[in-house]
Design a protein around this ligand. Sequence first.
Ligand code: SF4
Length: 291
Amino acid sequence: MKIEIDDHSGFCYGVIRAIELAEKELAEPEPLFSLGDIVHNELEVGRLHKLGLQTITREQMESLYCKKILIRAHGEPPATYRIARENNLKVFDATCPVVLKLQKKVHQAYLESLSDNGQIVIYGKKGHAEVNGLTGQTNQTAIVAGSENDLSELDFSRPIRLFSQTTMSIKGFKQLQDRINSIRAEKGISSSVVFQVNDTICRQVANRESQLTDFAKSHDVILFVSGTKSSNGKILFEVCSNANPRSYQITGPDAIQKDWLAEAESIGICGGTSTPLWLMQECETKLKELM
Ligand code: SF4
């Protein structure tokens, strides 16, 4: 049986950068606190915990003083930096540069919307850390839409500036954009009323979809390794399932079931942008044991 680990799977640039920063600081004697899980993968978080990383919530951060905190790749709203200053916390900022640029764009659009009574819409997952960081750039006024069903809050007679969380699907973004356009047309909204579309989906993720489709089609069985909290993982697993119905999402090697492999001649192992390579390699080892 042939087993292949997808070359393109694994941590994206932003996550690698955050983990490297954490590992560097964990080599120092003072404790390091991560505001939320550094990556949406329970096993990688567990590995870093063993090195001494402590994950804390926003509430816990509020009562933390004079310590080192790490801001993960998803970024944080301005209020977090204010609390850090007030509590004399030393911030190690691993916000992905792509997210940082997006935060600045959203903030700029927010300032423009103040002058023309506009609305900021973020295509994303409500409550996701990156989305919280983005709504923080708009004084919490942005409307978060996960799908076309969430557009009821919008006033279509007013300007709309649309952005996307970096890890959403291009297809979903286009559908939302088309739906807004068709509602505007139905309501007879003049083209002079701003509808600005900012496709801010990260191409490290977006480019993965077509490549992953080819990979999933080229194997009899696909094992997609991903943490349960990863939104990117959910999207990419769906891509695999659409391309190959014999796709299984697993969190690690222990979840592999022998009956999935019946009559399979080739098995592909892949994952999302928060899946560590070492975990995919452990799945490969487990597959070899099961053969
Ligand atoms: S998916 Fe893209 S934007 Fe998000 S952390 Fe990774 S590199 Fe940065």
